[in-house]
Design a binder for this molecule. Structure first.
Ligand SMILES: [Zn+2]
Ligand SMILES: [Zn+2]
Ligand SMILES: [Zn+2]
Length: 412
């Protein structure tokens, strides 16, 4: 495979300021309402001040509230519009009452198929979303710039898996209120390419808003053999998408904001030659890396890859927490509050406090079934600090949206 590294020369370990890790670790351990460290700069201070005020409001609202999560429809609470049976996000038909269904991505609810216009890809690849008002496709399928060669049934099956993972990604982005177009007007787009229609290998990656995915990544045997060859603990379609889209949002959340200097403190200097860094990474002889500093080996390749890897993990965490909120579990009131909407939770410490025991339990459950860990990663203090930075960058964006949103009109 093209992306299997060859080992031809030794390289020195990635350069990263140890001081930055300790600063981060300290911030990650802090309750959010304490003053942030000076080194994080004014924008971080402002952001945390904003976070504090929202958090205090949330805590005040907690007192006297019953510890129950509202039953609005979201990932954890999807119901059949006909018989109210619980549904999975990927379902196109209710197994209880046979009602044909379409997920409405604007309202985030399932509707009866006969009440909406289905995405044009429904018959072809089983897309279960309703079409955008302005076009034949749903808002996820509409992001495809190039679809794979459909000359074989296998390619069609693999493409349907790719689009299923992409719909989860687009759902995440909707919940996080992240736009599909950058500040500079570049729209997120996807090329899903099969090697049987190309000369040469297809490398999965991101460039200026365009995400390229090799269709072979949807083939379980192929993807697993790549995972083993690259000695990765985790390799999924959704993981690929959550990583690649992180590159797209670096522009919006960091490069176009005041967070660029704090980014360098946390992740390192991204002005280092990117191609050179990747070449060095893929040709390294020494495969050891600082496990306390990076969420994965690939994160050590370049600060942009570190950001993208950590961004993907942030999406993993809020998505799983969102799913777990619908389970009939007994939880402390603060945990329940954090699970009200993990995508918009302002207190990173509360997210992390819910995530750590859950990740442990997920792995225990999987091991009980004789399977590998569901989440084969350790969140060190430094990595938690990086996740905290991503949380702050997204919160800052959500705050900007609120500031620019038109004032709500009073209902009569
Ligand atoms: Zn039903
Ligand atoms: Zn669709
Ligand atoms: Zn990347």
């Amino acid at each position: 495979m093209a992306d299997v590294p060859t080992f031809t020369r030794s390289v020195k370990p990635p350069e990263h300021s140890p001081g930055a890790y300790f600063a981060l670790a300290a911030v990650a351990r802090q309750p959010v309402h304490r003053p942030p460290q000076e080194s994080f700069g004014a924008s971080i201070r402002n952001l945390l001040a904003h976070t504090q005020s929202r958090e205090l409001g949330a805590r005040a609202a907690l007192t006297g509230h019953p510890t129950r999560i509202p039953t609005k429809q979201d990932m954890r609470n999807l119901f059949c519009p006909r018989c109210e049976q619980r549904l999975l996000f990927e379902q196109a038909r209710c197994v209880h009452c046979s009602q044909l269904l379409a997920f409405d991505p604007a309202a985030l609810v399932f509707r009866r198929l006969d009440a909406v216009r289905p995405c044009l890809n429904r018959d072809l690849i089983g897309c279960n979303w309703s079409a955008d008002p302005g076009g034949p496709y749903c808002c996820s399928c509409a992001l495809a710039r190039t679809i794979p060669n459909l000359g074989s049934i296998k390619n069609r099956l693999l493409w349907s898996r790719v689009e299923e993972a992409k719909r989860r990604l687009v759902y995440d982005l909707c919940r996080l209120k992240l736009p599909l177009t950058s500040g500079g007007g570049v729209r997120l787009a996807f090329d899903i390419l099969s090697e049987d229609a190309q000369d040469g290998p297809i490398l999965t990656g991101h460039s200026a808003g365009l995400i390229t995915l090799n269709l072979a990544e949807a083939d379980d045997v192929e993807r697993e053999s790549r995972r083993v060859a690259l000695r990765e603990p985790y390799r999924t379609l959704l993981g690929h998408f959550r990583h690649e889209v992180g590159h797209f949002y670096w522009e919006l959340l960091v490069a176009e904001t005041k967070l660029k200097s704090p980014f360098r403190l946390v992740f390192g200097d991204e002005s280092l030659d990117y191609q050179d860094a990747l070449w060095t990474y893929h040709n390294r002889a020494d495969r050891s890396y600082d496990r306390a500093a990076f969420i994965s080996e690939y994160a050590s390749a370049h600060p942009w890859e570190d950001w993208a890897e950590t961004f993907a993990h942030f999406l993993h965490i809020v998505s799983v927490l969102d799913s777990v909120a619908g389970l009939p579990l007994s939880l402390q009131s603060r945990a329940l509050e954090a699970l009200r909407d993990p995508y918009l939770e302002s207190d990173f410490g509360a997210l992390l406090a819910s995530w750590m025991p859950l990740a442990y339990s997920l792995n225990e459950l999987n091991r009980s079934l004789g399977r590998d860990d569901a989440y084969p990663f350790q969140l060190s203090d430094a990595v938690s600090g990086k996740l905290h930075f991503i949380h702050m960058a997204i919160q800052s964006h959500q705050h900007r949206i609120r500031l620019t949103a038109p004032a709500p009109v009073a209902r009569s």
